[in-house]
Write a protein that binds this ligand. Sequence first.
Ligand code: B12
Ligand code: SF4
Ligand code: SF4
Length: 303
Amino acid sequence: MRKELLSEKIRNLAVSSGIDVLEFADAFEFLNYALKNSNRRDPKLSLPNAKTIIVAGIYIGAMTLPKWANPWYGRTSRLYLSEFFLDVVKPLEPIVNFIKKEGYQAIVCKSGSILPLKLAAARAGLGWQGKHSLLISKKYGTFLALGGIITNADLVPNTKEEPNLCRTCDKCQKACPLDALGQPYVLNINKCMSNLLVNNNLSDEVQNIMKNRIVDCEICQDACPWNRKNLNNPLVTNMTESFQKKIRHWEKFFFLPDLVELSEKEYKKRLRHLNADIPYNVFHRNVSIALERAKKIMGMNNQ
Ligand code: B12
Ligand code: SF4
Ligand code: SF4
């Protein structure tokens, strides 16, 4: 099949799989990738005859819960609730199966394994890396969960990257409560709350600012003007509509006095589908801290 036709068929499959954006790029090495020993830096380390990387994005901007503002409810992130915590995998399966049926090899990036997705998405023309280090799409902001495929199929690659439109803005850097974005474009993971909340030791500093956050932090994303325009009125997509139906279920689930009672067995059963793999003891610790804070606030209000 000609590469133009193959590319078009893949795009059509993406639409029926609920993918909002999908582009192709050449599979050469990511020379500016910081982790020099990671397989992610070069697609050919995972597939020696790789020709193309396929990068997909699904809009997750609507996956918020109104009760996030209420201290009695645990707060997470859009990414956590989306089921695409490390990367988008399931919606890519029909595309991989199709490529294989056409006689090519194709492998999916699972658990963050084989592609640096922010760099891959920028190469594929989905957007640019902002000063918070995340990929910004003009239409979807940073609220695009990303996924990727490496294949030896020859497809029509993007040749023009989006220019960086951050310019003199530094809202994300200023908003970060832990100074994890002191150097623009580089996330200091040792200071980032999203990382610290899943560590075994949680410092007093983080405990004092985490509020009701039990997984992840979105402060820099909420401050970014490319997200702010849709914060109150998220874009309408299939995912947006299907999430509306789950809001009441999730709000009830994250009520802290009940959540703190959740056994390890129930935790695994009820949250496994989110693919986040956060250890029970860490999750339970964060829930307990958030619950204690809610009780304190309540006590203060009663005085
Ligand atoms: C491991 C990981 C994490 C770890 C560590 C992050 C890290 N930086 O290593 C932790 C747990 C901290 C994390 C946090 C989050 N993550 Co994360 N994470 C990943 C994962 C699995 C790998 C990322 C990676 O390669 N890290 C290695 C380091 C070296 O890479 P890096 O930070 O990208 O560093 C680069 C930049 O600093 C850049 N850089 C350095 N200097 C300069 C200079 C300039 C000028 C420029 C332009 C760039 C630049 O180059 C470095 C090397 O490439 C990816 C999925 C994947 N397969 O890619 C998701 C992923 C990157 N995460 C994602 C998200 C959404 C988040 C969170 C926002 C979640 C949340 N709500 O809390 C936060 C990030 C907060 C933030 N401000 O960035 C999304 C990003 C989507 C998007 N639109 O960009 C991804 C793609 C997952 C997904 N399902 O879509 N994450
Ligand atoms: S996720 Fe939170 S802690 Fe991490 S860089 Fe963004 S604002 Fe800072
Ligand atoms: S807040 Fe401003 S500087 Fe930060 S990523 Fe968004 S546009 Fe760029």
